[in-house]
Design a protein around this ligand. Structure first.
Ligand code: PLP
Length: 447
């Protein structure tokens, strides 16, 4: 194959039939759409190219910078595409949770600006999200940016109308699969592919996968977060199911070790979610077969990107896979019962408790948010660092009570459960977090 430009290598990815000995489905042929084989490493190469291409020469001519709100694959693809065309690229994101991605983006020539998002609660008295404000500047009149706007730009999902969807049908000899399973980030790939498949065969079942509530699977959103995405339309999906980070890693291991597909966590999540959904269908088909007729179905899931950028993510959650001792004191293995038994405390009671017993107040938000406003006398330990500390054992004396605070009270409740399990006798989570504290008019101080 000879190419004139690396962009000609975007798309036309293979459709791999997964060996039935691996997934165990007897009546369903399961295929992986190998988007990890795109030249910059992910399904987002298609969307990035489709979104940026129309404005690139004008941007180069007028000295504009390409800008996107992305902490991952879209930013990677845009950094390369902009760089190839002599145009600067800047990505504006929340705190980057995958350090390798930030390093890679810098290496690719991107400028990276990290802003705290709404949930980080930069300044709890300001209800405007800094990212939203930034979004307004980018879309306002006279903007000197070429803003690709992946969460709202129709060119994102349209990249899959001409590409990904038709390729799947072609590789299935002109038929649409009976089931299509995809992870949902911006919703671009799932919406685009589902549209094409349904136009061809209206009764295709579409399963959208999101990350389990307050869990983190890099590249996709939780059910709450996905509602904020402009391209997300719940009518696209017959079912929306969630996958935990543990299940995503399990799926990833199967793809990597048994299928030779070097998938990242969302590829693993899609495989896991596909097999989980299809197991029931498969059993039903096998039952019906007892009449003699052998009905078969087909299913396609998307492998979005590659494993290499997620070694730190795996190390944190499954250190034993990388030859390190198993993790002690981790949020990942908290049981539902332990979570339910975490003690929380409302704002009014917390105020009285602070006045009376002087608990150590630990604020788990980012330093930006803490500096803007915090509970007087509180200590700021950002949640990732707190996780590290706790892994080594209880970081506080058992003799002093502890009040944990985070933006909305979810993460602090998980840490309260963990510290209780580790033997701390009086640790409580601020119910509703700093947002509830603000809403109740309780005092906050600025650094
Ligand atoms: C690793 C990964 N998987 C899945 C997705 C979801 O794709 P989409 O944005 O098309 O919903 C993304 C999107 O950024 C991603 O980066």
């Amino acid at each position: 194959m000879r190419l004139d430009s690396i962009t000609d290598a975007i798309g036309n990815t293979p459709l791999l039939r997964i060996d039935p000995a691996v997934h165990g489905l007897r009546r369903i042929d399961l295929y992986a759409k190998l988007e990890l084989l795109n030249p910059f490493g992910s399904v987002k190469d298609r969307a990035a190219w489709n979104m940026v291409r129309p404005g690139l020469s004008e941007a180069a001519e007028h000295g504009r910078t390409v800008v996107e709100l992305s902490s991952g694959n879209t930013a990677k693809a845009l950094a390369v595409l902009a760089g190839m065309h002599g145009v600067p690229f800047k990505t504006v994101t929340n705190r980057m949770r995958i350090p390798e991605t930030k390093d890679l983006l810098l290496l690719l020539g991107a400028e990276v600006e990290e802003l705290p998002g709404q949930t980080e609660c930069l300044d709890p008295t300001n209800t405007e999200d800094p990212l939203t404000l930034f979004h307004q500047t980018l879309t306002g009149p006279g903007s000197s940016y070429l803003y690709t706007d992946q969460y709202f730009n129709a060119l994102n999902f349209q990249a899959h109308l001409a590409g990904t969807g038709p390729e799947i049908i072609k590789d299935l000899d002109g038929r649409a699969p009976d089931y299509f399973i995809a992870c949902v980030g911006t919703a671009g790939s799932s919406t685009g592919v589902a549209t094409v498949l349904r136009e061809h065969t209206p009764d295709v079942t579409v399963v959208g996968l999101v990350a389990h509530k307050s869990d983190f699977v890099p590249g996709i959103r939780t059910l709450d977060e996905v509602q904020e995405v402009g391209l997300f339309d719940p009518a696209v999906y017959d079912t929306i199911a969630s996958v935990t980070s543990g299940q995503a890693i399990d799926g990833m291991l199967t793809l990597v070790r048994r299928c030779g597909v070097l998938a990242g966590p969302t590829g693993g999540a899609a495989y896991f979610g596909a097999v989980r959904h299809l197991r029931g269908v498969d059993a039903e088909l096998a039952q019906r077969d007892q009449g003699g007729e052998q009905e078969r179905r087909s299913a396609v899931f998307i492998v979005c990107d590659r494993i290499e950028g997620y070694l730190g993510y795996v190390r944190e959650r499954r250190p034993e896979l990388l030859g390190r001792p198993p993790q002690k004191n981790s949020l990942a293995d908290l049981s539902d019962a332990e979570l339910a038994s975490a003690t929380d405390i409302g704002v009014e009671d917390a105020l009285a408790w602070i006045g009376r017993d002087r608990p150590l107040v630990v604020d788990l938000r980012s330093p930006f948010a803490y500096a803007a406003l915090h509970i007087e006398g509180s200590l700021n330990i950002v949640d990732e660092l707190f996780g590290e500390l706790v892994r080594g054992g209880l970081p506080f004396s058992k003799s002093r009570p502890v009040l944990l605070a985070c933006p909305v009270g979810e993460q602090s409740a998980r840490y309260a459960a963990l510290l209780s399990r580790m033997g701390h006798p009086d640790v409580r989570s601020l119910r509703g977090g700093i947002i509830a504290w603000r809403d109740a008019g309780a005092p906050l101080v600025r650094e």
